[in-house]
Design a protein around this ligand. Structure first.
Ligand SMILES: Nc1ncnc2c1ncn2[C@@H]1O[C@H](COP(=O)(O)OP(=O)(O)OP(=O)(O)O)[C@@H](O)[C@H]1O
Ligand SMILES: Nc1ccn([C@@H]2O[C@H](COP(=O)(O)O)[C@@H](O)[C@H]2O)c(=O)n1
Ligand SMILES: [Mg+2]
Length: 205
């Protein structure tokens, strides 16, 4: 466990400014797809909480079977597990700009990240997409994910509405949410995303 309780900067060296953007939206709204494009254009490191949890299962970790069962049920894994994986990946990356995809999924995720890392997100990129479209996309994703079946998808939608939307509302009250229409084709969604990220444009020499 990374103990950062005594750190002023969440375990990051010195007083280096760390930029975090939380990327939220319902299951299948296109978070991973758009994050890949943001990385190519704006020099962020993409960390998907779901990908880190799936990698933890594959690594044979003692938490593996618990995580696997939670994912199959569409449930949210205890925050200390997810935040530790995120913090470790952030520190190992050597970067100072992060897209954290699929996190925070609930109030406990949000509070734990804030307490452990002391980092306040720059903004929240939110992909707004109707459930019918998200369901269509997930059922044709074909990446062999255990949770892309109609039974688990319906559970994930319910968790999104009950636990994740309140977190988006919390940040909206703070003026931090940048909402994008995710129903459009991929490249059109990215045009809207680019407008949000323009201040972070990295000049290629
Ligand atoms: N704008 C779009 N139009 C049509 N299909 C899309 C669009 N964006 C993404 N997709 C497709 O939808 C599927 C889900 O996209 P993606 O994996 O990016 O979603 P996600 O939000 O990361 O989902 P999850 O929360 O389940 O990880 C993929 O097959 C992707 O190619
Ligand atoms: N903060 C999180 C993020 C994800 N999970 C679990 O992983 C599943 C898949 O997540 P994706 O973002 O890849 O769709 C999700 O349904 C949860 O079971 C989590 O617990 N906490
Ligand atoms: Mg994803």
């Amino acid at each position: 466990m990374v103990d950062s309780s005594k750190d002023v900067n969440g375990g990051f060296p010195g007083d280096k400014k760390i930029t975090v953007v939380f990327v939220l939206g319902g299951p299948g709204s296109g978070k991973g797809t758009q994050c890949a494009k943001i990385v190519e254009n704006f020099g962020f490191t993409h960390l998907s909480a779901g990908d880190l949890l799936r990698a933890e299962i594959k690594s044979g970790s003692e938490n593996g079977s618990m995580i696997s069962n939670m994912i199959k049920e569409g449930k949210i894994v205890p925050s200390e597990v997810t935040v530790e994986l995120l913090q470790k990946a952030m520190l190992e990356s050597g970067n100072d700009k992060f897209l954290i995809d699929g996190f925070p999924r609930n109030e406990e995720n949000r509070a734990t990240f804030e307490n452990v890392t002391k980092i306040e997100p720059e903004f929240i990129l939110f992909f707004n997409c109707p459930e019918e479209e998200m369901e269509r996309r997930l059922l044709s994703r074909n990446q062999g994910r255990d949770d892309d079946n109609i039974e688990t998808i319906r559970k994930r939608f319910r968790v999104f509405v009950e636990s994740s939307v309140p977190v988006v509302e919390y940040y909206d009250m703070k003026g931090k949410v940048r909402k994008v229409d995710a129903l459009k084709p991929i490249d059109e969604v990215f045009e809207a995303v680019k407008a949000v990220f323009d201040p972070f444009h990295v000049k290629v020499e």
